[in-house]
Structures are given as C-alpha cells and as structure tokens.
Design a protein around this ligand. Structure first.
Ligand SMILES: C=CCOC(=O)Nc1nc2cc3[nH]c(NC)nc3cc2c(=O)[nH]1
Ligand SMILES: [Zn+2]
Length: 371
C-alpha cells in the first residue's frame, strides 16, 4: 500500500483517522478547499494554512486547458507552481468535462470535448487523465469516471457505473506507484443500493488506496444522499479513506461523517462567500443584506478568522456591496475557517465518543437563528 491510513477512534459508523502522504499528513474527517486554477480563490497559501486546511483540491479539467499539465510539470509540478506545500488531490476531469465543456461525447475510449475557453478539441481517456495528474504531481489521483445527473433511470445509471468500473481498471494499470502517493476509485450507482454495492465490490476487487462516493450532490435531496451513503459505506473497507465528492453545506458534512465519510470537497464556502454568504454556528447570513450596514459586531464573535478578529459586519457589508477584492478575501477566509472548525469539532467528538451530542448541538445552533 502506498498511502498509510490509520483509524484511531470510531463512534458508530464515524471514524477519526490520519492519512500519511508524501506531502504531509491529513487528519480526518477532513474538508478540502477547492483550488480550481491552481489557487484557492482570494486566498494565499499562507491564508489557507491559517484556516486549518491540510489538503486542497486541484482541477484537472481547468489545468489541462490552461496552463496545460506539461507546463506545470516543466515548472516543477503543482505544489511548486502554486507554493502549496501540503497534499493535493486532483480530480480526474470527467465530471467537469460534462458540466463545463462544449460538445462533449462519452465512449468506451473516454470523453472527447471542446474547451470552454477556446474551443480546442481534447480526448480525455483514463490513461491520459492519469498521465495529466502525474504531470501535476498530484498527491492523490482520482480515476476517470462517468457521473450521471439525477434523476436518471436505472439502465442509464447501471451503464455509467459499469463503464466507470472498466475505466477504474485502466486507471490502476496506468497509475505509477510511488510511496506516499495514492489512487482513489469512485463508487457510482445513483441512488440504487444494488448498483452501489456492485460498484463498491468491483472497485475493491481491483484495489485502491481510497474510495470516493461519486454521483451524489447532483440534484438529489439530502435525505436521498444520506440514504445512499447508508447502503454504500458499509461495503467499503474499514482501513481505507472514503471521500464524498462535491459535498457540501455544513449539515451535509455532519450527516455524512456520521455515515462513515472521511473526506470532503466543496466550492460552497469559497464561491458563496464571494457572493456574501457567511456560515456561522447559528446558520448563514448574507452580509449584503441592509440589516448589516451599520452593525459594529464581527460576523461571528466566536470566530478566530482575520475577518472576525479585525472587522465589523458593517465594513464587510460595505466591501462586498462595493465588489471590493478585500470583501472576497475576508468572506472566503471566514467561511473556510468556519468549515475547518466544524471538521475539528467532528474529529474531537469522534475521538471522545460524543458525536451524537455534537451533532445535536450543531443542529440546535443552526436552527437558533437570531444572527
Ligand atoms: C472531485 C474529485 C474527483 O472527482 C472526479 O474525478 N469525478 C467526479 N467528480 C464529482 C464531482 C462532484 N461534485 C458534485 N456536486 C457539487 N457531485 C459530484 C460528483 C462527482 C463524481 O461522481 N465524479
Ligand atoms: Zn470569521
């Protein structure tokens, strides 16, 4: 095994773990800020470290188009290029090809598409995706998969899941084994328990360093997402990390950790932060709302972030309303800090066997309003 994952405590299906990689260790459950174009938008690497994040996500689709994987490799790889010293997980590009590119077509060979930037044509095969992620020097590489938007009929979901299994094999064959680097398979199967079990068993037979749960947060309800996790994670190995992609809002994180998920990534804290949405222990506020225009209090008086330590809601309201760059910086730092504090709370609660009480307190806080 090239990635060492140890579970130090469990509480129900939840696990407190640690993943050792070539670029540093990750305490799980962990949230990965999204660094799409080799940057976590509006944040320097130092600011990202200060939030408590240990690992970030890079997007293969964006980087292969601009500046290209070959150029990043020539410049020493993604860690050097963006001065991020810790682990980086890169996606395989498949999901973003389907959601961002034009004229994309899926075949047994892979996905062909035209760049949304300049219309240039690309063929992304499992082998090329692995090669691109190798050129980026990704710490954790993701298999190329086919994710189906929900709702979809079982036949469609089953075909995509079987294709993803065949691509998983090809990715494993193409992946260069290096100590401290890993390759994750992706479980597909929509909200269908039998298809999820078949996918999990197929991936385990091939063997991966970690297992992602794909095909969720694509239009289903939170209840459907949780129900799918309930019939998926029990089939996954206890001694390997589980990664739920594209999730989510804070209550998604709490519920998914309770169902055995160890890793997350989501654009919500960064993207919605730039749009004025601030996450707090008592729910979310939109700082653009007029009621904050003269509020001298910080966004969250318990928060340790640069925004809450040094600025009023009134000032951040002014910055965001004025579309000032500092507004994006402060909102992003706040939201990422809040997300990391939720993860830290979950890790401590699992270690001390009080996850249920933590979750109850979390939900009570979110429902309390008066923010
Ligand atoms: C992202 C890391 C590695 O992912 C892949 O290489 N492929 C992949 N990405 C996804 C991303 C998702 N975002 C959401 N909601 C915002 N749902 C998603 C589902 C998938 C998926 O099924 N596969
Ligand atoms: Zn804050």
């Amino acid at each position: 095994m090239t990635l060492r994952f140890t579970v130090s405590a469990t509480d129900g299906a939840a696990r407190r773990g640690r993943l050792e990689t070539a670029h540093g260790a990750i305490d799980t459950p962990a949230f990965m800020p999204v660094g799409t174009a080799a940057t976590v938008k509006a944040m320097t690497p130092e600011a990202v470290v200060e939030t408590g994040a240990q690992i970030i996500l890079g997007n293969t689709y964006h980087l292969m188009l601009r500046p290209s994987a070959e150029r990043v490799a020539k410049l020493g790889g993604l860690h050097r290029f963006m001065n991020w010293p810790g682990p980086i997980l890169t996606d395989s590009g498949g999901f973003q090809v389907m959601s961002l590119s034009q004229l994309n077509k899926v075949s047994e060979a892979g996905v062909s598409f035209q760049s949304h930037i300049d219309g240039a044509k690309y063929d992304l095969t499992p082998e090329r995706s692995i090669e691109i992620q190798h050129l980026l020097d990704a710490t954790i590489t993701m298999q190329l998969d086919e994710c189906v938007k929900l709702p979809a009929d079982d036949k469609r979901v089953s075909e995509a899941m079987q294709l993803s299994l065949r691509w998983a094999e090809r990715c494993k064959t193409a992946f260069k084994l290096r100590d401290g680097y890993g390759l994750f398979g992706i479980v597909q199967g929509g909200t269908n328990g039998a298809l999820r079990e078949q996918s999990a068993k197929g991936l385990i037979k091939t063997g991966f360093d970690g297992y992602a749960v794909g095909g969720l947060a694509v239009g289903e309800t939170q209840a459907e997402m949780f129900a799918t996790l309930d019939v998926t994670t029990p089939h996954l190995p206890q001694d390997r990390p589980r990664y739920l992609m594209g999730v989510g809002k804070p209550s998604d994180l709490v519920g998914a950790v309770q169902r055995g998920i160890d890793m997350f990534d989501c654009v919500m804290p960064t993207r919605s932060g730039r749009n004025g949405q601030a996450f707090t222990r008592r729910g979310t506020i939109n700082i653009r709302n007029a009621r904050h225009a003269e509020d001298p209090r910080p966004i969250d008086e318990h928060c340790r972030c640069p925004a809450c330590r040094n600025y009023s809601r009134a000032y951040v309201h002014h910055l965001v309303r004025s579309d000032e760059i500092l507004g994006s910086m402060l909102m992003t730092a706040h939201n990422l800090t809040y997300y990391q504090d939720v993860m830290q709370g979950l890790r401590a609660a699992i270690a001390e066997g009080r996850l249920e009480a933590f979750a109850a307190g979390f939900h009570a806080g979110e429902a309390s309003g008066d923010i």
